[in-house]
Write a protein that binds this ligand. Structure first.
Ligand SMILES: [Zn+2]
Length: 84
């Protein structure tokens, strides 16, 4: 069972190194994309909308996936500084 995605009230945390901000995520997504194709035929995706998706795995970026990821409550109060 993969870990659920963060919500407005929760965030991910690595149980091994306490990382809160950097994760490698593998997911399958169904998307709608706007492909702008040059006359030569080379396409460029200029816009993409995720219609639905499924997270397959989440690994901590810092300890190379050695730890496990847990869902924890976000701190209360006003939003903190922007994520780095
Ligand atoms: Zn970690």
């Amino acid at each position: 069972m993969p870990i659920p995605a963060p919500t407005a009230d929760t965030r991910w945390r690595c149980t091994q190194c306490a990382n809160l901000t950097r994760f490698d995520v593998v997911r399958v997504s169904r998307t709608r994309e706007f492909w702008h194709q040059e006359l030569s035929g080379s396409p460029v995706v200029e816009d993409a909308q995720v219609l639905d998706g499924q997270i397959e795995s989440v690994a901590c970026r810092w300890c190379a996936g050695g730890g496990s990821i847990e869902l924890v409550t976000r701190p209360a109060g006003p939003a903190g500084p922007a994520e780095e």
